[in-house]
Design a protein around this ligand. Structure first.
Ligand SMILES: Nc1nc2c(ncn2[C@@H]2O[C@H](COP(=O)(O)OP(=O)(O)OP(=O)(O)O)[C@@H](O)[C@H]2O)c(=O)[nH]1
Ligand SMILES: [Mg+2]
Length: 479
């Protein structure tokens, strides 16, 4: 589900990321691609139109266009809008204090009502409830048997008033629940075509008779553009409080699932991801949106890693400007990247910015460099210039590496230290770097681009450094 849509959206994001600064026409192109991708996923065209309009408007603000990372902002906006489209917050099933609570399921033929009824019963049972399933589909000969079999599998009783009218069965089931201390009755109704007036009326009658606490409409994830017609009749006749999307595990394009919230204004409560009783999940818009954008839940981990890195880096940068760049700083930097590299492996092949940043990290080089630094004495770490040939040989022996490896690392440190020296001079001229600034105000040191990627063979990001120097010069008054 959504694979194709995810791929398409990520292609668009990749193109944007490759651009740096974005123009209005870049946004136009991206929005056109997003529109096409959604339409191809069979999302309702009105929903697509509104979605793209909202997204575009937010993307074209100066805040986004003039930011240093416009592409990232665009992705974030698309994500936000997608979450909004899906309902922004989790909408739990609310049970009332009435005993028994009655939940009635309605939906088209074959949409997955009976399966969903059983899954819901299973979920409630796990939460300590004692549900009863009511078999009100009297039209399909095997319908009650199907429910009885599935109910048996999960140990939930099924009330089947063989031969009675569906309204009667529903009422009797409630009586049965009261008699046997069952606190939730789940009413499985017969599937109906929305054009079948008699069947629609029956659903209305059942609803009127048992006054359900919740009517849930089951919508097959395979429903596409037609979703509007499907739900509107139900909305009109039986009304409903929420939606269960079934068959989300299939390979349908998922357009209906994406449209249903906007089309009905009703929350999606559950999604069903398979035929097994335990495959009903409480619907979480954020998780789903991230899944659609190919971000998975790991995005959170990455964001955290990035935040952590930012804060740590900022502090480290300030201290380095004050006290100079030591081997310990280099070690810290390496470890930070390694942490992010770890997150990357969870991420898999996600087209994420952070993945890109740490993309070329070679773990074995990390381990080697880490061992080398750990084999240095405190004094050597603080003043790497004092590491002579003899010491290099000792460090190589101690870390199980070669003198060449040690040389390479010290050389790398030398380059970084030189760069830090330059920056320190600039910073001092500007009055930044921990000490009070010229105007007596403590200024924060900007994050040093490229520093993160340096050790471990990922290579120094010279472009980022040049950009940084340019920025610094600008800050000094354009010299
Ligand atoms: N893969 C998958 N199959 C599902 C899911 N939900 C339902 N099905 C299958 O879809 C078919 C129809 O499901 P039912 O639960 O019988 O649908 P229904 O709405 O009760 O059908 P009627 O009572 O005939 O209207 C069955 O073969 C189910 O096994 C799901 O989430 N994933
Ligand atoms: Mg059924």
């Amino acid at each position: 589900m959504f694979n194709n849509l995810s791929d398409r959206l990520n292609d668009t994001f990749d193109k944007l990321r490759g651009k740096g600064k974005l123009t209005e026409s870049d946004i136009d192109t991206a929005m056109r691609e997003i529109r096409m991708a959604l339409l191809e996923a069979d999302v309702n065209f009105k929903v697509v139109k509104a979605f793209v309009a909202r997204t575009k408007e937010r993307c074209l603000t100066a805040e986004v266009m003039e930011s240093l990372t416009p592409a990232q902002n665009v992705v974030k906006i698309v994500l936000d809008e997608m979450i909004e489209l899906l309902g922004s917050t989790e909408s739990k099933l609310v049970l009332s204090s009435r005993i028994p609570n009655v939940i009635m399921l309605v939906g088209l033929q074959g949409s997955g009502k009976t399966t969903a009824a059983v899954k819901l019963a299973y979920l409630l049972k796990k939460q300590g409830k004692s549900p009863l399933l009511a078999a009100c589909d009297v039209y399909r000969p095997a319908a009650a048997d199907q429910l009885a079999t599935l109910g048996g599998e999960i140990g939930v009783p099924v009330f089947r008033g063989d031969g009675a009218h569906p309204v009667q069965i529903a009422q009797d089931a409630i009586r049965e629940a009261v008699d046997h201390m069952r606190d939730v009755v789940i009413v499985d109704t017969a599937g109906r075509l929305q054009i079948d007036e008699q069947m629609m009326q029956e659903a209305v009658d059942i609803k009127r008779a048992v006054k359900p606490d919740q009517v849930l409409m089951v919508v097959d994830a395979m429903t596409g553009q037609d979703i509007v017609n499907v739900v509107s009749t139900f909305a009109e006749r039986t009304d409903f409080d929420g939606v269960i999307i079934s068959k989300l595990d299939g390979d349908a394009r998922g357009g209906g699932a994406l449209s249903v919230r906007e089309v009905t204004g009703k929350p999606i409560k559950f999604v069903s991801m398979g035929e097994k009783p335990d495959s009903l999940e409480v619907f979480n818009p954020e998780r789903m949106a991230k899944r659609i954008l190919g971000m998975g839940d790991v995005v959170g981990i990455i964001e955290k890693a990035q935040e952590m890195a930012d804060a740590e880096q900022m502090e480290a940068a300030e201290r380095m400007l004050r006290e100079g760049f030591t081997m310990n700083d280099m070690l810290d930097q390496m470890r930070m990247i390694k942490k992010m590299g770890g997150a990357k492996s969870i991420l898999g092949l996600l087209g994420n910015q952070v993945t890109r940043q740490v993309g070329n990290v070679d773990e074995s080089v990390f381990t080697k460099n880490e061992a080398i630094i750990l084999s240095m004495t405190k004094q050597e770490r603080n003043q790497p210039k004092t590491i002579n040939g003899q010491r290099r040989a000792r460090i190589a022996r101690g870390s199980g590496t070669s003198v060449q490896d040690v040389n390479a690392l010290i050389k790398q440190w030398g380059e970084m230290n030189k760069m830090m020296g330059k920056m320190r001079t600039m910073a001092q001229q500007m009055g930044v770097g921990g000490k009070k600034g010229r105007k007596g105000k403590k200024m924060r040191m900007p994050k040093i681009p490229g520093m993160g990627g340096m050790p471990g063979g990922a290579g120094m990001d010279m472009n980022a450094l040049r950009e940084m120097e340019k920025q610094m010069r600008k800050l000094q008054g354009g010299k």
